[in-house]
Design a protein around this ligand. Structure first.
Ligand SMILES: NC(=O)c1ccc[n+]([C@@H]2O[C@H](COP(=O)([O-])OP(=O)(O)OC[C@H]3O[C@@H](n4cnc5c(N)ncnc54)[C@H](OP(=O)(O)O)[C@@H]3O)[C@@H](O)[C@H]2O)c1
Length: 327
């Protein structure tokens, strides 16, 4: 069996964890790694040294590499130059960029450009991860397979953010005061969760629903009642321990898709819940929830072979065969 040769582009927390997990798998080999952070350049990752210049790295290894795992940022505009760089080097791209998970509504021009460049160079691009990419979009869609009719879908993700990586805890506002939270969200210094609208649009497209509107409300801070120790610091009572985000897809004046994302350091019972009203009704609850960082590492790795084998172009998770655990 030929190993799939992978380059890691963005060696922060996710890139490094994906690199470490790839080392344990016999289906893959890491052939390069690149990052702009001076603290990471020159360090080892998965048997290679992290380099600083992607073009230079691609000129050496792209000929015998198959795919790039792109784990840099959440916004499509900022990853767009990195994606085009990979495509021009004829490399498939599997990325954690949330806005890439369904860019056809929010960034249609960039989506079009990526799609045509990927087709020109005969490679595939997909944005995925635990969420968006799986738990609140691809999985609920898959769960509608035994339904004759679907009236509505509700998904709730309830997680304890203190168990997640530090960049995640920071982006949900852990340790901030209420005022700092509002200020940082308004000024886009922290993002909160990115991807609810992408998930709604993927579900709607998958079900052939033409939504009247898809709305995401501004994230609401969750305030701690007692002191909580987290890996980003000790949160005082009255300060922010995380957030709650809500988004709706509406048709005929009804909320036909509801996504509720709750991540805070005070959650005792973690779960992922999907409720499909239809024929038949389906109610799935994953007790304990799926750990977002482990889940993202796995979804990215397990999607690599599907993306490498897929027809060329920009794909979203509903377009690929469902990924399964790889060896
Ligand atoms: N879809 C999902 O389910 C999912 C799950 C997990 C994470 N994510 C997303 O995945 C991304 C990565 O997460 P993370 O926690 O690993 O973040 P992180 O720790 O901040 O890592 C990102 C790394 O990429 C580097 N980088 C940024 N721009 C670059 C560029 N142009 N060229 C090369 N390297 C660049 C950063 O360097 P600097 O530090 O110098 O900027 C940093 O080392 C985030 O946007 C996160 O929201 C999505």
């Amino acid at each position: 069996m030929e190993k799939i040769k992978v380059i890691i582009y963005g060696c922060g927390v996710m890139g490094r964890r994906i690199g470490e997990a790839l080392l344990d798998k016999k289906s893959f080999e890491i052939v390069g790694a690149v990052d702009i952070n001076p603290e990471l350049i020159g360090k080892e990752l998965g048997g290679v040294i992290i380099e600083k210049d992607a073009d230079e790295l691609f000129s050496k290894v792209a000929k015998h590499a198959h795919a790039v795992v792109l784990t840099t940022t959440s916004r499509l505009k900022s990853v767009f130059p990195q994606i085009t760089q990979c495509l021009k080097a004829r490399l498939n791209v599997i990325s954690t960029c949330e806005e890439l998970s369904y860019p056809w509504k929010s960034n249609p021009e960039l989506a079009e450009e990526i799609d045509s460049l990927a087709k020109e160079h005969k490679v595939t691009v997909v944005g995925t991860g635990i969420n968006p990419g799986y738990l609140m979009d691809a999985l609920p869609l898959m769960l509608t397979a035994p339904c004759l009719k679907v009236q509505s879908i509700k998904v709730v993700r309830m997680m304890n953010s203190a168990k997640r990586r530090i960049p995640f805890q920071a982006k949900v506002g852990t340790c901030l005061t209420r005022e700092e939270f509002r200020n940082k969200i308004e000024n886009k210094i922290i993002t909160g969760h990115v991807g609810l609208l992408e998930s709604i649009n993927m579900i709607a497209k998958g079900l052939g629903w033409d939504l009247e509107e898809a709305v995401e409300l501004p994230p609401e801070p969750v305030i701690g009642e007692k002191e909580i120790k987290t890996s980003v610091g000790t949160v005082k009572p009255g300060d922010v321990i995380g957030l709650k985000s809500l988004a709706y897809g509406r048709n005929g004046g009804k909320d036909v898709i509801t996504l509720e994302f709750c991540a805070n350091a005070g959650v005792d019972e973690e779960y992922d819940e999907i409720i499909i009203e239809g024929e038949p009704h389906i109610h799935q609850k994953i007790t304990g929830g799926i750990h977002g960082d482990i889940g993202t590492v796995a979804v990215i790795i397990n999607t690599i072979p599907k993306a490498v084998d897929a027809p060329a172009g920009l794909k979203v998770m509903k377009d690929l065969p469902p990924p399964a655990a790889t060896l």
